[in-house]
Design a protein around this ligand. Structure first.
Ligand SMILES: Nc1ncnc2c1ncn2[C@@H]1O[C@H](COP(=O)(O)OP(=O)(O)OP(=O)(O)O)[C@@H](O)[C@H]1O
Length: 626
């Protein structure tokens, strides 16, 4: 069927949509606004906008918003402003038409930046707490004062007030609400104070609350996050107090954020504790100094999880719920600029306040590493402060490079654990296995010109020499005895010589090393032509192939033939002492390599320890454990 109107039909007259106000209020309260408490935010916002509109006229007084909560003596809530006011025509048109707003640019149909409202639905939020809204207003443009009454059943009336009726009504607007019994607490003095302070504490107009004794108390204070502060000033204290309230602890530092492009400014507080890396810090955000939300999620870049911000913006667009921003180019730009401000601050600390940076690094290592990986400039400044684990203990990249001039690292934690025990103290190995570490270490040559080498476990264990030929018979017998001792944990045993000599055993799980051990074993058995064939073949091997399957590449215990303890064990005749000692060496090598112990491993270790203790105190013959 065509959507065009058939020529023969009678032209239909255009009629306006009917709006079911109850449905709209239900939509607002259940699906747009998070809670009925936003009635106060919407009133504050309308009052603030009316004051702004009046300030554009000559001789406007300073803006003033006054709120009288519901009390036992007076069950009506009143909100007054000394703003621009409304004429009868404006009231009929603007207050009574859902979606009509005076605050949009007529041509662009966009929010005008000096106003907070734009959607033309805010006043309806009062129907979430009251069945009737009464507006009495006197326009700054002259004309008779008016009274507009709107009902939640969708009807309204508007009338001009006589001067007698409007006696004492100044230019501006007064909104009265009589709360539904269930909602009365939302309009009570305590809740009204709490909500006014939360939403409107930093508004650029004076907001006053009526007290029990009919006096007025101002709740507005200067926003401590909008001005640069002098060190040691009361203003700085107020700024830190706000950060302490926000984080629950005194911030490590405060970083000024200024994004002129979207009229955004505020403070990023550095958390004094490390949050989980996945936890994106939500920002407390004000729009035109009115609270938008305590937890706006998308204003910071992902990596900025070490700060929490308090921000005010005049240039970003709120969604209709006024609890988050429209995800547009301006938001994207602001997010990037906030990221740049954080980066600039870190760089400044690196050059002017290294102690601040080192404090920051000790708490927020991971966030900083994640930033440095994608940012050469930042990496150059941050690298010296970043902590690393080395076979000679924990240190920083800067200290390590200063001491050793070069850096050798493993790609994984597992590799590190296997080589850490045998790395020489003159050339320690760095653990590049923690998140971002290897990627950062690889940046060093380009940034500082210093040498960085990735090492392989197999290269480090290259010095695993087979015992001399004349001792092979003895070592083969020890290997067999030791392997028998370890049958429950199915671990092979090889004897090799390596440094340091005081390390009796090494647990080897690296496949390349295991292949090499197997190779030397085959070469030992088949000297001459066969050993050449095998070594040529090994050079060609880069991964798994059919020949490899025949080799035994199970993890194994490497006993150190250079260790006096192992040599002493080789001479030991007592089978129980030998077995228990081998079991203990196995457990010790597992623990030194940070390998998790299985139940069998633990049972083996406990049994060995118990027996050795019993044997050493002379109980061995009476009660060995098995
Ligand atoms: N206190 C007031 N003084 C003067 N005019 C007002 C006042 N409150 C509301 N108005 C007029 O009524 C219109 C509709 O108000 P409403 O709160 O429903 O929407 P809005 O403020 O324009 O937009 P939003 O839905 O985004 O809050 C306003 O655009 C304004 O012209």
């Amino acid at each position: 069927m065509s959507l065009d109107t058939p020529e023969t039909s009678t032209p239909a007259s255009a009629r306006p949509f009917q709006v079911d106000l109850r449905g709209v209020v239900d939509l607002l309260s259940r699906h747009i606004y998070s809670s009925p408490q936003v009635y106060l935010r919407e009133l504050l916002q309308n009052g603030r906008d009316a004051v702004t509109a009046r300030q554009k006229l000559p001789d406007a007084p300073a803006g003033l918003l006054r709120i009288s909560p519901v009390t036992d003596a007076d069950p009506v809530f009143r909100f007054t402003d000394n703003g621009v006011g409304l004429t009868a025509t404006q009231a009929a048109e603007l207050l009574s038409t859902v979606g009509r707003s005076s605050k949009r640019d007529e041509v662009l149909n966009l929010r005008r930046e000096d106003f907070l409202g734009q959607f033309g639905v805010g006043l309806l939020s009062c129907f979430m707490v009251s069945d009737e809204i009464v507006v009495r207003s006197r326009s700054a443009h002259g004309e008779a004062p008016i009274e507009w009454r709107g009902h939640s059943n969708g009807t309204f009336s508007v009338r001009e007030l006589s001067e007698a009726e409007a006696a004492g009504l100044p230019v501006g607007t007064e909104i009265s609400l009589r709360p539904r019994p269930d909602d009365a607490t939302l309009l009570s003095p305590a809740r009204v104070r709490e909500l006014t302070e939360r939403f409107g504490r930093y508004l650029p107009v004076d907001v006053q609350l009526e007290q029990g004794d009919r006096s007025w108390e101002s709740v507005t204070i200067p926003a401590p996050f909008l001005e640069p502060v002098a060190a040691g000033s009361a203003h700085e204290e107020a700024q830190l107090a706000l950060g302490t309230e926000l984080l629950g602890a005194r911030p490590l530092a405060s970083i000024e954020i200024v994004v002129p492009g979207t009229e955004t400014r505020g403070i990023a507080y550095v958390l004094p504790y490390a949050p989980p890396p996945s936890a994106r810090q939500a920002s407390r955000v004000y729009l035109g100094r009115m609270l938008l939300d305590e937890r706006v999620e998308d204003l910071l870049p992902d990596w900025a999880f070490f700060v929490r911000c308090v921000i005010n913006t005049d240039g970003l667009s709120p969604t209709a719920s006024r609890e988050s921003f429209v995800n547009n180019e301006a938001l994207e730009y602001t997010r990037t600029e906030i990221g740049n401000a954080l980066r600039r601050w870190i760089m400044l600390q690196a050059t002017t306040a290294p102690h601040v940076l080192s404090g920051l690094v000790s708490v927020h290592q991971l966030a900083l590493k994640s930033m440095a990986v994608h940012d050469d400039e930042l990496a150059a400044l941050m690298l010296p402060w970043l902590k690393i684990e080395t076979s000679a203990g924990d240190t920083t990249i800067g200290e390590h490079l200063e001491r050793f001039g070069e850096l050798r690292y493993t790609d994984t934690v597992d590799e590190f654990r296997q080589v850490a025990a045998i790395a020489s103290p003159e050339s320690p190995v760095v653990n590049g296995g923690y998140v971002y570490d290897a990627a950062l270490l690889r940046q060093i040559p380009a940034l500082t010109g210093q040498s960085v080498t990735r090492i392989e476990v197999s290269d480090e264990l290259d010095s695993l020499e087979a015992p001399p030929l004349h001792e092979r018979q003895l070592t083969a017998a020890v290997e067999a005895r030791a392997e028998e001792a370890l049958t429950t944990v199915q671990t092979r045993v090889s004897i090799r010589s390596f440094q340091p000599a005081d390390l009796p055993a090494l647990y080897v799980a690296d496949q390349a090393v295991l292949r090499r051990i197997e190779r030397t074993k085959a070469a030992d058995i088949a000297p001459g032509l066969w050993s050449q064939v095998i070594s040529t073949n090994d050079r060609l091997l880069t991964g798994k192939n059919s020949g490899e399957g025949e080799r035994d590449v199970r993890a194994r215990l490497c006993l150190n033939w250079s260790s006096p303890l192992v040599r002493r064990l080789a001479e030991l005749d007592d089978p129980l002492v030998f077995r228990r000692s081998i079991e203990l060496l196995y457990a010790q090598a597992m623990l030194a390599g940070h390998r998790p112990l299985t139940t069998t491993d633990r049972a083996l270790m406990t049994g060995a320890l118990t027996d050795l203790v019993q044997l050493s105190i002379g109980l061995g013959d009476q009660n060995p454990t098995d």
